[in-house]
Write a protein that binds this ligand. Structure first.
Ligand code: FES
Ligand code: FE2
Length: 341
């Protein structure tokens, strides 16, 4: 049985990746063609020609206005995936139609709906507004992960691993030492995991980007909306500096770390990552540092999870994991994902 959670929206790409070149990305095992119409909207349809399966993303397939011409024998499709021309005859078979996908562009992401389009309601998509909001500067990327979606869920919901896997980057002893609080909002479909460190060492990621030299009060508040969008609200301030009673927080640095976790196949995942900050907005040096550093951190996770995928693929049935308090967020997320299936 397929492990994919269907009838869900997934981030397929950054908006900047989709233009007037034909672009292909596989989501939940479905190979999807993306392109931008002349009016600037994103079109999404199956990347397999109905005739002999030639990938429409593959040269010499090409766009002519708002139609895609297959590079093998010339079947031509409109933006909804309907075939509008075939070679050698005027009659177009009624079944000559590509599966088309509902698409929504939001917060710099291109979301695609996998499942029955009748269920595609974009009104309740989870948001990551900082990525596209004045007052914030964002760096972002995407790393291919040769591991299943669930391994990335586990990884992101339990940040105690920062101390060990990301020591010298974002990890300090206090992350693993500080207990978490996990809360599940069943109605909203969100898992919250919080870790508030009152007095912690400042890791290089934050020391170099904020300029703070001493110890810090460091808050990590996770909101995961299964199956795809993960937010880490990160608050950094000199020790003892807390938000005002009115909710303002002028003396802290805020970083919104956003991940979109999109299954590519049952054993691989698109790992979209973005880091938005509300300080040093025009400082290219800080942007370069955070982009380089966060990519390194993501690649540390990728290396670990790629190993885990191989371990799991090779093991015999019946392996019993052992879970402790740090795993409550990951276990809650697993339960929620199981319910969505
Ligand atoms: S495979 Fe596309 S037209 Fe033949
Ligand atoms: Fe990590």
């Amino acid at each position: 049985m397929s492990e994919f959670v269907r009838n869900q929206w997934y981030v397929a790409a950054y908006g900047r990746e989709i233009g007037r070149d034909l672009f292909s990305r596989t989501v939940c095992g479905e190979s999807i063609l993306f392109w931008r119409t002349e009016a600037g909207d994103v079109a999404a349809m199956s990347d397999r020609c109905v005739h002999r399966r030639f990938p429409l993303s593959q040269a010499p397939s090409h766009l002519v206005g708002d139609t895609v011409v297959c590079g093998y024998h010339g079947f031509t499709y409109d933006r909804g995936g309907t075939c509008v021309a075939v070679p050698g005859q005027t009659r177009i078979p009624r079944t000559a139609r590509l599966t088309s996908y509902p698409v929504t562009e939001l917060d710099g992401f291109v979301w695609v709906f996998i499942g029955d389009p009748a269920n595609a309601d974009a009104a309740h998509l989870p948001r990551a507004p900082w990525l596209d909001l004045p007052g914030w500067t964002t760096v972002s990327g995407m790393e291919p992960l040769a591991a299943r979606h669930g391994l990335l869920v586990d990884n992101l919901l339990d940040l105690s691993h920062e101390t060990y896997l990301h020591g010298g980057y974002i990890g300090t002893p206090e992350v693993a030492e500080t207990p978490i609080v996990t809360r599940v909002d069943e109605d909203a479909g969100i898992v919250h995991v919080s870790r508030h460190m009152a007095d912690a060492a400042c890791p290089p990621f934050y020391a170099k980007s904020t300029g703070i030299t001493g110890r810090i009060t460091r808050w990590q508040d996770i909101e995961f909306t299964p199956p795809c969008l993960y937010l880490l609200h990160s608050r950094i301030a000199p020790v003892g500096v807390l938000p005002g009673a009115d909710g303002t927080d002028p003396d802290a640095f805020h970083v919104e770390v956003v991940y979109a976790l999109t299954p590519e196949t049952e054993h691989s995942t698109h790992d979209f990552w973005a880091v938005a900050r509300d300080f040093a907005l025009d400082d290219q040096g800080v942007s370069d540092f955070l982009a380089e550093n966060n990519r390194t951190v993501v690649l540390q996770d990728v290396a670990a999870l790629n190993v885990l995928e191989q371990v799991i693929a090779a093991e015999s049935d019946g392996y019993q994991e052992l879970s402790i308090n740090i795993d409550t967020g990951g276990l809650a997320a697993r339960r929620m994902i199981a319910k969505l299936r």
